[in-house]
Design a binder for this molecule. Structure first.
Ligand code: NAI
Length: 324
């Protein structure tokens, strides 16, 4: 057996964590031979609920779980962690403007960025799930100057997985047959799920579906899927978000099969401005990721990629004063 790794999960008493923690504990993220120490963070008002979650983890008698820390102090939760899954965030309250939401979360993620900077392992891999995820990741990263910006990522894997299934179902194939699907940009309704590079069972996707379905059905369905789940379930996506977080971290740590979408610091690739966290096509290998270069971008894609880039720039401008 390997030495245990330390994994922090914030928002430990929330809906996503109620699925995520148990799957990590079962070995779904890092494999069946990787023991884990779970370091769970909550706000003081939710500590009792978090203690209930800890009781349930204990009651599972997971062979891989070596220890559990439950705390409301980010400096304790992030101590020596190898992986940080930042799920907890402040939800939009009644009458709250987008700017207020950005600011409320900016306050949380600047504190957590500093705590990561001061206490996490120097090789920590951070995934921000809590919304607005891309800009929250940017704030955490800017407040962690001793860590590399590339260690901070945000989750667009749920959008990627949603898009994979929509396309597989439309073409009557399985998700395993879909290659090179890309989600560009922000985890929001401006994201651009792009099938122009995609192959299904080896054939170009755009030769298998009508253009009108792609533009008027597929793209909005993927962009609005979160709202559709809330309408149907009366609660937001939780198990599928947890599954996507597992996929993101699994692939980053252990390698991906083909191309996946990850929100990472833009480096100018594909003409996207540096200084925002933007979803790109990446390949993961040996514990790191690399942007897949060389796709030809047509005018339709360019416009969509820029629209979501503009939204991320506006979000950044709204929290500029908190960027450290
Ligand atoms: P939830 O409301 O059930 O749980 C959030 C938990 O975070 C709560 O227990 C709350 O007490 C805790 N929390 C709040 N502030 C915190 C802080 N400063 N430190 C530690 N914990 C804190 O929400 P749920 O359903 O688990 O979703 C969590 C977040 O994930 C939301 O922001 C949601 O919008 C986002 N999300 C992101 C997705 C993505 O694809 N990137 C997909 C689905 C949800």
């Amino acid at each position: 057996m390997k030495d245990p790794v330390r994994i922090a999960i914030t928002g430990g008493a929330g809906q996503i964590s109620y699925s995520l923690i148990f799957r990590i504990a079962a070995g779904d993220m890092l494999g069946p031979d990787q023991p884990v120490i779970l370091q769970l963070l909550e706000i003081p008002q939710a500590m009792e609920a978090l203690n209930g979650v800890v009781m349930e983890i204990n009651d599972c008698a997971f062979p891989l779980v070596r220890d559990i820390v439950a705390t409301d102090d980010p400096n304790v939760a992030f101590k020596d962690i190898d992986y940080g899954l930042l799920v907890g965030s402040k939800p939009r309250g009644p009458g709250m403007e987008r700017k207020d939401l950005l600011e409320a979360n900016a306050a949380i993620f600047s504190v957590q960025g500093k705590a990561l900077n001061d206490h996490a392992s120097r090789d920590v891999k951070v995934l921000v799930v809590g919304n607005p995820a891309n800009t929250n990741a940017l704030i955490a990263s800017c407040n962690a100057p001793d860590l590399d910006a590339g260690q901070f990522t945000a989750m667009t894997r749920l959008d990627h997985n949603r898009a994979m299934t929509q396309l597989a179902q439309k073409t009557g194939r399985h998700v395993n047959d879909v290659e090179s699907l890309i989600v560009w940009g922000n985890h929001s309704a401006t994201q651009y799920p792009d099938i122009s590079q995609c192959r299904v069972d080896g054939k170009p996707a755009l030769e298998l579906v009508e253009r009108d379905w792609y533009e008027s059905d597929f793209i909005p369905t993927v962009q609005q899927r979160g709202a559709a789940i809330i309408k149907a379930r009366g609660a937001s996506s939780a198990a599928s978000a947890a599954a996507a977080a597992i996929d993101h971290m699994h692939d980053w740590a252990l390698g991906s099969d083909g191309i996946v979408s990850m929100s990472i610091p833009a480096d100018g690739s594909y003409g996207i401005e540096e200084g925002i966290i933007y979803s790109y096509p990446v390949r993961c290998k040996g514990g790191s990721y690399e942007i897949v270069q060389g796709f030809e971008i047509d005018a339709f894609s360019r416009e969509k990629m820029q629209a979501t880039e503009n939204e991320l720039r506006e979000e950044r401008a709204a929290v500029e004063h908190l960027l450290g």
